[in-house]
Write a protein that binds this ligand. Structure first.
Ligand code: PLP
Length: 459
């Protein structure tokens, strides 16, 4: 290896070969037909086969690629495998995955207009399209952040800032503790955001149908008064895919002048399907919404679209100020970094932009509808089988069911076997203290036949 300081950066036969080797591997992976599901290994196992890769001289790119391809990658689950049905799977389009390489290759700084104008413009095209689909007004805007967790945190920080400024303007001090109201079923990232912000969560009890309704929110708001700075409604819970009764929650929040945030990280994509729109009525009244393209919008990790009705409010809350940033912050440009908890940012909305631009929105609607239809069909099949029963009817693309008579240990042993046999990745979950199974369907490559094959293994 050369020890010249430019050795890694200069264009030489070696650096060319390195680029070719990496891109060849990436091309192979992106267009892989039967992607293996793969299997994790323990730290001890990996220490035996993969340790010692970092040395003063380097191992050379061929060996490093081989180490990744042959040893490391096979221990990383392919979340885009059609049989990956746990948590929330990912299923990036070929176009989106491939374009992610372009984003990396282009060294684009996506935090400011000055540095990334065209990239930011293209990302905004996507955000404005999404805002329109969600019924938000022209003038809405936002930013792609790392994931729903950062999206929720950033939105709540903005909401508190708005509430705080309003109180200051009225000459009022902060409440003793700020409070965010959300469903007891809300995603764990809301509690995490509250922890970081040092605010309290007031859980509102969902109805019998699992959905949070406006009356419960109104009760919580009346109990906690003006200490509440935001209400969070969920547009598709992670566990069950339940969409809260957003319209009645919006009534309760707007009547009291409280910020309404919609956590649609997983489920809000379903609004792109015409027949599902009524289930999301009220989203158009939100002050902020999130949806994760790396979930049901077929983009690679990691991306969350965070959209505000009034981006200026976010700018007031989030813009970082420093002498070395004055050129940016003193300009009226659209700087994505000003809208969330971040400064340097990858233009992580570009893979979705490219795929949407190339394929058009109709194919996205069809691909999302596939998941909803498949969830309903397999739910019917589950209901029809002896020994299996649904925990509830699916609303989006999550199906939760039980195998009568099985303990958690039975479910776990079954789940381990399924993964060992590389058929599917279905981890047991639990609901109200009962162990259950859960299919989360995202990939259009997940077929009815595959799901039936999985059900057949339940004996
Ligand atoms: C996945 C999810 C989140 C968290 O998103 P990340 O991208 O994993 O940070 C938040 N809310 C809901 C409803 C989710 O499904």
């Amino acid at each position: 290896m050369s020890d010249s300081p430019t050795g890694m950066h200069a264009l030489t036969p070696q650096t060319r070969a390195t680029v070719d080797g990496v891109i060849d591997y990436a091309r192979k992976r992106v267009i892989y037909e039967d992607v293996p599901l793969d299997l994790p290994q323990t730290m001890i196992e990996l220490a035996e086969t993969a340790s010692g890769s970092i040395s003063a001289e380097g191992m050379g790119s061929d060996r490093a690629i081989a180490l990744f391809e042959d040893v490391l990658a096979p221990t990383c689950l392919s979340t885009d495998h059609p049989g990956y049905l746990s948590f929330i799977p990912s299923a990036p389009t070929k176009a989106a995955s491939a374009f992610d390489l372009v984003v990396s290759a282009s060294s684009i700084y996506g935090g400011s207009w000055l540095e990334g104008a065209g990239a930011v413009f293209a990302e905004n095209e996507v955000l404005h399209w999404l805002a329109g689909e969600f019924g938000l007004p022209a003038g809405s805007g936002g930013v792609f952040v790392q994931g729903g967790t950062i999206g929720n945190l950033s939105a709540l920080v903005t909401a508190r800032d708005v509430a705080r400024r309003r109180r200051r303007a009225e000459g009022l001090p902060d409440p003793r503790r700020w409070i965010v109201v959300c469903s007891a079923e809300a995603h764990s990232s809301i509690a995490s955001a509250a922890e970081i912000m040092d605010v309290d969560v007031a859980p509102a009890t969902p109805g019998e149908d699992g959905r949070l309704h406006g009356d419960a929110v109104a009760r919580a708001l009346d109990e906690h008064g003006d200490a509440v700075f935001a209400v969070v409604a969920t547009g598709g819970t992670t566990n069950f895919g339940i969409v809260d009764d957003i319209a009645s929650i919006a009534d309760a929040a707007t009547a009291r002048g409280v910020w309404l945030h919609i956590d649609g990280a997983y489920g809000l994509a379903a609004m792109l399907v015409e027949s599902m729109r009524p289930a999301f009525a009220g989203v158009e009244r939100a002050d902020s919404v999130i949806v994760d393209p790396h979930k049901w919008l077929f983009a690679p990790f990691d991306a969350c679209a965070l959209i505000y009705r009034d981006p200026d409010a976010a700018r007031l809350a989030h813009t970082q100020k420093a002498e070395y940033l004055d050129t940016l912050t003193d300009s009226p440009d659209w700087n994505p970094s000003d809208l969330a908890v971040q400064l340097t940012r990858r233009a992580r909305g570009l893979p979705l932009w490219f795929s949407l631009a190339a394929h058009g929105t109709d194919q996205y609607r069809a691909a999302i509808a596939h998941g909803i239809d498949l969830a309903r069909r397999i739910a019917d099949e589950i209901e029809a089988r002896d020994g299996l029963s649904l925990v509830r009817q699916p609303q989006l693309s999550v199906v939760v069911f039980r195998r009568e008579g099985w303990t958690m240990a039975d479910y776990q042993a079954w789940s381990d076997r399924l993964l060992r046999e590389q058929l599917a990745f279905v981890v047991p979950s639990s609901h109200a203290g009962e162990p259950v199974l859960r299919f989360a369907i995202i990939s259009p490559l997940t077929s009815y036949e595959l799901l039936v094959e999985v059900l057949d293994t339940l004996g």
